[in-house]
Write a protein that binds this ligand. Structure first.
Ligand code: F3S
Length: 639
């Protein structure tokens, strides 16, 4: 039987398990990437594994999230990351070089390889034909140490793209349409594989935009074939040696096939506060917009920003709109400066930010209170922008630029004559801000400032957990809700005792204090608990505060793994209605004397004198991890 793309890469990297959907498999990882917000912790974890040097083919440490330096903390983190990269054989991408996914696509990602990244948008590299998966920092640390990456073999959904996009409709509209069809839960436990003749009409950065927001579907990853378009992109980057052709077999099988006619799409927008709340721009109508933000790992490529520059050329940003633009990489920024497009952007009144995540992670550019922000980013969760009551819409760079000119949400087709931007045959390659590690780590000293705090250690679970429900939350709780993003919190990512003080702050500011007083506790959640960013701090902080179990209706994949990796039991209700009968403060008794031998556990609610059933769904390996007190303890025993 023929194989699809995902199966081909998995099969060539499989070290454990069978490629049967739902079964746990282990694959060899060729490349890893980290960004600074998750990287500080990932490298502390790598260090704790006691390995001399990374064992991957290539590992890159990027600095793109916490680039604001209003205090010593971020600067300390950058220095730590640079020194630890040199020590352990890791490539270091300096601040200013760009957003990890954009730079990785340009300079390192390769078709047919496996990439594991401590960032949920790592699947961006699926645009070039890599099997690229987002994971917690600890899993990336284990991969850097040469260990396999374990995950549940997903089903593979095929999306056939037909035809060609109409003028003013772009890759962002394609993925918004997919989000409309599948929703933020539709990709859970799935790989999304793109095919069909329409794929050939999309450049690699456009494919990457689509693969990037597969993360918003909850998908394990998304992948495109590697074809002559991929070869052209790699040639333009001076990397044609990295090209291999990668196509699915003609008789490949998929769990579901979805057909999308590109020519029928029109400009779309995701309305507050979820990326799947998608509508047609023309139907939403001309709502007043206060801020337009263009950039992020979704839409900051050369083609994206050239289109924006062409729209803004000779025009002025509306007086009531703040337009901010962050180029995705130094390469993109340099090209814009070289060909004059940057001058067009500046002349229009756009505010140019550095090549970094910036407003996407709440690092500056919070919208005004109650304001409307239109962004080319991938997430519009409530509060992520830094303004609790802001209304964030997600759209294409074309829609964003048109809106910046009019001051109201505008369908870019109203701009008239379409623009055409040629893809460069050769990009200016200058890896001057990429530091390669020395051949030997002898004499390399790791620089630790006071913001680099030791890694908190998870403890093995007790035989009986007797703990109160410290928090009961609803559906779609994000990792932002659990451990907030934004300029105030990001500098604390290497300092868990300080960061833990803010856990669940937006939902219940008393949570951290109550957790510390209780000594141990349980959290009860609804559907899709832990969606969003891959940050393991959303498991580490609760672990530090004594959380022993989270009982939810369902979990987001990466967060569930993070909970296991830090020794917190993720449990799902057998009967979802039991969720309604638990109240905050109830004392729950979870008996673990059989060391998770049975699939189903009975939990006693001592406060109400009732009991209910939950499942752990742990693989034998995951049981061992939980019982060992987390992945770090488990891996140390194995290496
Ligand atoms: Fe950065 Fe936002 Fe992407 S934080 S990695 S630009 S999702």
């Amino acid at each position: 039987m023929g194989m699809n793309l995902a199966e081909k890469i998995i099969a060539s990297h499989l070290v454990e398990g069978r490629m049967v959907p739902g079964e746990e498999i282990g694959i060899r990882i060729d490349q890893t990437l980290t960004q600074d917000a998750t990287g500080t912790m990932a490298y502390l974890e790598f260090e704790a594994l006691g390995i001399d040097r990374v064992r991957t083919k290539l590992s890159v440490s990027y600095v793109d999230h916490n680039t604001l330096q209003t205090g010593f903390e971020n600067a300390d983190d950058h220095r730590f990351l640079q020194s630890i990269a040199a020590k352990y054989g890791i490539i270091f991408s300096r601040p200013g070089n760009g957003i990890c996914h954009q730079v990785h696509l340009e300079r390192f990602a390769a078709p047919g390889t496996t990439l594991l990244g401590s960032d949920s948008h790592t699947p961006t590299a699926g645009g070039i034909g890599a099997l690229a998966i987002g994971a917690g920092g600890l899993e990336v640390a284990v991969a850097m140490a040469g260990g396999p990456f374990y995950f549940t073999m997903p089903e593979v959904i095929r999306i056939n793209l037909h035809g060609r996009l109409s003028p003013w409709v772009s890759a962002k509209d394609v993925i918004l349409e997919v989000l409309r069809i599948l929703t933020v839960k539709g990709g859970v436990g799935k790989i999304i594989e793109y095919g069909g003749e329409g794929v050939k009409t999309l450049s690699v950065p456009e494919r990457a935009t689509i693969a990037n927001m597969g993360a918003e579907l909850g998908a394990t990853t998304s992948i495109f074939p590697s074809d002559e378009v991929t070869l052209a992109f790699l040639k333009a980057q001076g990397r044609e040696k990295d090209w291999v052709e990668l196509l699915p077999d003609p008789d490949a099988r998929y769990s579901r096939i979805i057909d999308i006619d590109l020519s029928s799409l029109e400009p779309l927008v995701a309305k507050p506060h979820m990326p799947d709340n998608v509508a047609k721009v023309r139907e939403v109508g001309p709502i007043k917009v206060d801020q337009v933000a263009i950039g992020s790992c979704t839409n900051s490529s050369y083609i994206d920003l050239m289109r924006v520059a062409a729209i803004l050329k000779g025009k002025r940003v509306h007086p009531e709109v703040s337009l901010v633009i962050s180029p995705g990489s130094r390469q993109v920024f340099y090209l814009l400066a070289q060909n004059g497009a940057l001058a067009d952007l500046i002349a229009s009144g756009a505010r140019i930010l550095e090549c970094a995540c910036g407003p996407c992670i709440g690092m500056g550019q919070a919208p005004p209170s109650g304001g409307v922000s239109l962004r080319t980013f991938n997430r519009n969760f409530r509060g992520r922008s830094g303004t609790a009551d802001a209304l964030v819409y997600l759209a294409s760079p074309e829609t964003a630029a048109a809106t910046a000119l009019t001051g109201v949400l505008t369908d870019p087709r109203e701009l008239g004559e379409p623009i055409s931007i040629a893809f460069p045959e050769r990009f200016p390659v200058d890896d001057g801000l990429i530091l390669y590690p020395p051949a030997s780590s002898e004499g390399v000293e790791i620089k630790r400032g006071p913001n680099i705090k030791p890694l908190p250690q998870a403890q093995p679970l007790p035989e009986v957990i007797s703990a109160p429900v410290l928090l009961k939350v609803g559906d779609n709780i994000t990792t932002d809700d659990i451990s907030p993003a934004g300029a105030k919190y990001l500098p604390l990512r290497s300092n868990i005792p300080a960061l833990a003080e803010h856990a669940f702050e937006g939902i219940d500011p008393t949570f951290a204090r109550r957790a510390k007083e209780a000594g141990q506790g349980v959290i009860v959640g609804g559907q899709n608990y832990g969606q969003g960013s891959s940050r393991e701090h959303a498991a580490l902080c609760p672990m530090y505060l004594g959380i022993k179990a989270v009982i939810a209706k369902s979990f987001a994949r990466i967060h569930r793994s993070n909970l296991i990796n830090f020794g917190i039991l993720p449990l799902t209700f057998v009967e979802e209605k039991d969720y309604d009968d638990i109240q905050p403060g109830d004392q729950l008794i979870i008996d673990l004397k059989d060391r998770l031998g049975g699939e189903v556990l009975t939990i006693r609610n001592a406060t109400r004198g009732t009991s209910f059933k939950v499942r752990h769904n742990l693989s034998p390996r995951q049981k061992e991890i939980i019982l060992a007190g987390g992945l770090l303890n488990y891996t140390k025993k194995k290496l």
